[in-house]
Ligand binder design. Sequence first.
Ligand code: MFK
Ligand code: FAD
Length: 502
Amino acid sequence: IGCFFQERPVLKNSFLEDALLRGYVSRHLPQEAVISDLCAFGGRVADEIDVWGRDCEVSPPQLVQYDPWGRRVDHIHTSAAWKRMKDLSAQEGLVSIGYERHYGEWSRVYQMSKLFLFSPSSGLYTCPLAMTDGAAKVIESLGISWPVEKAFNRLTTRKAEDFWTSGQWMTERQGGSDVANGTETVAVPQMDGSYKLYGYKWFTSATDADMTLTLARVQDASGSTTSGSRGLSLFYAEVCRDESGQLKGIEVQKLKDKLGTRQMPTAELLLDGLPAYRISVEGRGVASIANMLTITRIHNSLSAAGAMRRVVQLARDYATRRRAFGKLLKDHPLHVQTLARMEVETRAAFLLVMEVCRLLGKEETGIATELDTHLLRLLTPVVKLYTGKQAVAVVSEGLESFGGQGYIEDTGLPGLLRDAQVLSIWEGTTNVLSLDVLRCVARSAGMVFHAYFSHTKSLLAGASGVCTLSPAVQAVHGALSKLELVAQDAITKESSYLDLAA
Ligand code: MFK
Ligand code: FAD
């Protein structure tokens, strides 16, 4: 068997190891409490949580549909590690920090920095957390009152025993992108003002959630519904059981067999009289759930940057332990160049995501300028679509830097690649998000472009104030100025953009 055994890459405290994250937080949020919390959490992720994340992967959820006597039970059994992730998420404030707002406009940056450390070790628990955060945001924006006040408090609590997670049930068989035309679920009004939902939800992730937000078409007295986007309303439903232990109004048809994200259940659900409350104005379902999409898309981008950061961290560590051709990998210039390229991608992704989080924080604390609001709207789909693709490329390159070991399942590395692949699919595919960019350009009559170019121009002008612009930067600046003319043209000739969008 020989006597050589390769040392494994070691996961260290991801906060202490990440100079960019530390620098970013120290510059914007220099409070001692924040820095020491992130430092302690980075240590906890490496020493304790990472093993749980691995347990979630090796003990995936299982569905038991019937009890031994043939009664329908629809139990989704999850691992002990998955359950621990839920308690930890509440206690560490992974959602609540964003709503406590102890750090004003920087609260989102604090919350997302913590999630950035957590994400690659979370066993995909970041998925329910993203939807939970998104649901809280929708409720907050629609008004925290009955029947969702209790839910809001539970979604944003730090008490593990009270903490709820939320689902986001949008996709049906006919349409995941085209929800407006693909949704068949109907909402039948009840005498007490509530509704019962009937339909089939084709993808529902983290289906062990306590509640959900979902879309359906309200039936009128004659049993008809309105088609298209204007027929969709937004509903709140609790996932609970009746006295006999059966799920109220839901049958779990199956758990999906997925390429990745195996740590968490993704189910097909038959809604068969699910009790629900309408929380949007009738026909404003898509517009009302858009706040959830904004939040989950930002979480998605953060997970993408987090996956890149993790693989680079491990690859760098491995380069100090693995020898080839008589020297450590870190002493091979070509290998270092590969690592450096991955590092640059990771840093760029991190900074772009954090910029969006910064804008979100400003918007939520009421200090965003009009320009900030336009930028947030524009950059959210851009950062999601870009980092989703980037994560697959960087994580794939990262696996290669471990040679054959990057392909071996129980190193934990292949899971990173499998889980990265979903980031460009769910929460809006790349093409659909590209169209969303076009939508926001058109709806704002080009103002988002204007915001973007004035922001970029002021950054470049700032740069030119302190140093001589390189020819490359000057070329970009020149190109942007020309594009700005196009953007301004779009603002003055609004109709041309609307035509383009149509
Ligand atoms: C680890 C990280 C975790 C992530 C968690 C993942 C777990 C969950 C996984 C999921 O995948 S959940 C399902 C996600 N589904 C999607 O993302 C759907 C993708 N499809 C789209 O985004 C379509 O563009 C959309 C469904 C929104 C199109 O709908 P419509 O009704 O055809 O769009 P329309 O008519 O243009 O817009 C209706 C209204 O919504 C308009 O408002 P107004 O009526 O007031 O003008 C739009 O402006 C508004 N709207 C649409 N998209 C918006 C938006 N507003 C703000 N932001 C947006 N992105
Ligand atoms: P389609 O809409 O059929 O798209 C197929 C292809 O066509 C894509 O490449 C798309 O980019 C392209 N396309 C579509 N429209 C256009 C267009 N107008 N122009 C150009 N190209 C276009 N959904 C939920 O609601 N809740 C969940 O919890 C959830 N969890 C998920 C978990 C996993 C692991 C996965 C993989 C998916 C999950 N989804 C969930 C579903 C996901 O949001 C959808 O799969 C996604 O939005 C795409 O929808 P679709 O599958 O219907 O694909």
